[in-house]
Design a binder for this molecule. Sequence first.
Ligand SMILES: *[C@@H]1O[C@H](CO)[C@@H](O)[C@H](O)[C@H]1NC(C)=O
Ligand SMILES: *[C@@H]1O[C@H](CO)[C@@H](O)[C@H](O)[C@H]1NC(C)=O
Ligand SMILES: *[C@@H]1O[C@H](CO)[C@@H](O)[C@H](O)[C@H]1NC(C)=O
Ligand SMILES: *[C@@H]1O[C@H](CO)[C@@H](O)[C@H](O)[C@H]1NC(C)=O
Ligand SMILES: *[C@@H]1O[C@H](CO)[C@@H](O)[C@H](O)[C@H]1NC(C)=O
Length: 256
Amino acid sequence: MLPTWRINLVFVALAACSLTAARTFTVHNACPFTIWPAVYTDLKVGSAVPNISTGWEAPPYTNRTFWVPDNWRAGRIWGRRDCNFTQPDVTSCLTGSCIGGLLCDAANGSGIPPASVAEWTLEGVNGTDHYDVSLVDGYNLPMTITNDKGCPIADCPVDLGPDCPAPLKGPFDSTGYPVGCKTACFANLDGNQANSPNCCSGQFDTPATCPSSSVQYYDFFHSRCPNAYAYAYDDLAALKICPGRLAASYTLTFCP
Ligand SMILES: *[C@@H]1O[C@H](CO)[C@@H](O)[C@H](O)[C@H]1NC(C)=O
Ligand SMILES: *[C@@H]1O[C@H](CO)[C@@H](O)[C@H](O)[C@H]1NC(C)=O
Ligand SMILES: *[C@@H]1O[C@H](CO)[C@@H](O)[C@H](O)[C@H]1NC(C)=O
Ligand SMILES: *[C@@H]1O[C@H](CO)[C@@H](O)[C@H](O)[C@H]1NC(C)=O
Ligand SMILES: *[C@@H]1O[C@H](CO)[C@@H](O)[C@H](O)[C@H]1NC(C)=O
């Protein structure tokens, strides 16, 4: 039997846990090169933010764990490649740069395409966790979202750079390797991003008026990463859910 003071300590610990009402997230860099993860919260949707800086340097094969509030809304995490922050601006990284430099700006630092993005909306312990891997802003790193509660995996675990169709391929690093693959929207293939079937914008801004069949190169992204958003209305294929009462902890792995 535990001495009374130890039982009291256990109660104190349990009380502290229920008060913080947060999950642990782990961001794991399994890539054989350094990346610079970035975290952005859309503050127009919710004010709860994770207990982590909005950007950091992640050497190869390292990870970082932090607290995320149970009601984190419209949160996104992505990785930046080939960065040099000596003169921080939106071109500090070859892909995934943000306004702000190493620390992405809290209000405007949502990331610049092309970038693969992991997205979460947590609705609290009595709501539902929604999460996904999105290629709607293009591709720059393979990624997988796993969890500790047996909920579905969201992923785009393959390098889409080498096979990327020529009009979308790049940017390229100093060796000529493609470290990104743009979307037809971002590459502006139809010349009118404001009213475009590729962007699901203007008169094409609903699931009915923006079928995947009208998005150029949709099949390239979707066939290789059927578990990720290959365009804006891919919810059926890509949007994953987990009951909030399970309070799942998530791991985002780059280069799984
Ligand atoms: C995370 O929380 C701890 C403990 O409350 C605090 O000391 C630390 O500064 C926080 N870190 C960030 C990045 O907010
Ligand atoms: C995270 O890093 C720690 C030590 O740096 C290591 O023990 C642990 O296995 C790593 N976890 C993952 C998921 O890689
Ligand atoms: C970073 O950029 C600065 C110039 O802005 C350059 O002097 C420096 O050598 C670069 N660092 C690396 C590691 O490439
Ligand atoms: C950042 O966002 C604020 C508020 O939305 C805006 O006023 C400001 O102009 C933005 N700054 C930059 C550099 O985009
Ligand atoms: C979740 O729902 C249960 C049952 O309705 C309730 O007892 C509990 O207080 C709720 N928790 C939160 C954090 O709302």
